[in-house]
Design a protein around this ligand. Structure first.
Ligand SMILES: *Cc1c(COP(=O)(O)O)cnc(C)c1O
Length: 395
């Protein structure tokens, strides 16, 4: 066959991180059947959906089986009721949105990956380490990627200082996955200022905004001027535990490129996407009601309490880390200059704890591991107890 393929796909690095972790854990468990392994590597919510959400999901599902209330294709960008709920949710942070700036979709991952399609060949700026979707989707499109190094000095929150004034597409994620670090208002003001000066676009991933308890922006649109140069991609996945249900949204302001960007994103979605299921949109609407949000925040508080327990034990042993507050993640510097995989193996073999090696999220992640708070409270407390002993031994 002579068919040409998109050769950019062949340049992608093998997605071996989680398969290698699974392989190592399996091998360890087989050899140590008496050891109780605890995973602090879970990258998914673990608490069930709230009753408010399930009630809406169930009753909307029954409606699909009744002639009078059956619904076919939903609007490509979401029903007005859910867009209006999202608008009100943003209003709490004093952000004003028009309904036609809100695009409801089946996942932030889809939107993050698909938005590359409506962008031309700009310089792509991405902090490192990072959620792999930004890098991989731009690699698939053959784009030029400039990685900004996250490190101890900048607290894994790279800033535009020293970045040339070139038109770029910039990806920011705050609170960050994998580092749990959160940009301050001042830092985001600097980024928006840079974007305006350099005529760049910021793609802001706010998937974890609901974990913010301190005084940090929940949305990039809380920053003055952001509506002229930013889009925001967010999701019900981490807010309301929708990772298995699938509902997200993107905010594409009409100020960008005189409305053209909003228009072509709509064109792209309407051509290649047919909308989110009626019961799922009803469930998402329920999540944004007062009772729904209360239930969401009870679950998030549970994860945040786990994160605090882990952060406290690290602090006790002076282990440098980011996250643990305003985020389900902790980004931990490996003791004794160990590499990411070395410390991963050490914790698995000596504390029976599974982590995620930081180097799997980019080169700047070498020397770090990511811990998550998505385990049960009991397991998190037990893991913290084991960490306490291990870190004492490593002094
Ligand atoms: C989990 C996550 C998302 C949400 O993805 P969905 O496709 O909506 O489930 C987006 N961005 C980051 C960084 C995430 O970790």
């Amino acid at each position: 066959m002579n068919m040409k393929i998109n050769e950019n796909f062949l340049k992608l690095s093998e997605n071996f991180l989680f398969s290698l972790i699974a392989k190592k854990v399996k091998a360890f468990k087989e050899k140590n059947t008496d050891k109780e392994v605890i995973s602090l590597g879970i990258g998914d919510v673990s608490l069930p959906l709230s009753k408010v959400v399930i009630d809406a999901l169930v009753s909307a599902s029954y409606e699909m089986g009744v002639k009078e209330t059956f619904r076919g294709y939903p609007p490509e960008f979401g029903y007005d009721f859910i867009k209006d709920s999202i608008r009100k949710y943003y209003k709490k942070n004093n952000v004003d949105l028009d309904l036609d700036e809100v695009f409801v979709c089946d996942g932030a991952k889809s939107d993050l990956g698909n938005m590359v399609e409506i962008l031309g060949d700009n310089r792509i700026v991405i902090p490192d380490p990072v959620y792999p979707v930004y890098v991989d989707s731009n690699m698939m499109a053959g784009r030029n990627i400039l990685l900004l190094e996250g490190n101890e000095d900048n607290g894994f929150l790279p800033m535009p200082d020293g970045l040339s004034l070139e038109e770029s597409v910039i990806y920011l994620c705050s609170p960050n996955n994998p580092t749990g670090a959160v940009y301050t208002r001042y830092q985001l003001e600097k980024w928006v200022e840079y974007a305006i000066k350099s005529r760049s676009l910021i793609i802001f991933d706010s998937a974890y905004e609901a974990f913010i308890r301190g005084d940090y922006p929940h949305s990039i649109f809380e920053i003055e001027g952001a509506k002229s140069c930013c889009v925001e991609i967010s999701s019900f996945s981490k807010l309301a535990g929708f990772t298995g249900l699938r509902c997200s949204y993107s905010i594409v302001p009409k100020e960008i490129l005189g409305g053209v960007f909003n228009k072509i994103w709509g064109r792209r979605q309407a051509t290649k996407f047919n909308g989110v299921a009626w019961p799922v949109q009803k469930a998402a609407e329920a999540a944004l009601t007062e009772a729904g949000l209360k239930a969401c925040h009870e679950n998030i508080d549970y994860y945040l309490e786990n994160a605090r327990i882990l952060s406290n034990v690290l602090k006790k042993h002076n282990i440098w880390h980011t996250g643990g507050f305003n985020s389900p993640y902790l980004w931990v510097k490996c003791p004794k200059n160990m590499g990411s995989w070395e410390f991963f193996d050490y914790l698995l073999e000596n504390a029976y704890i599974v982590t995620t090696p930081g180097v799997g999220f980019g080169e700047s992640g070498e020397g770090y591991v990511r811990l998550t708070s998505f385990s049960t409270k009991e397991n998190t407390i037990e893991a913290a107890r084991r960490l306490d002993i291990i870190l004492e031994n490593l002094r």
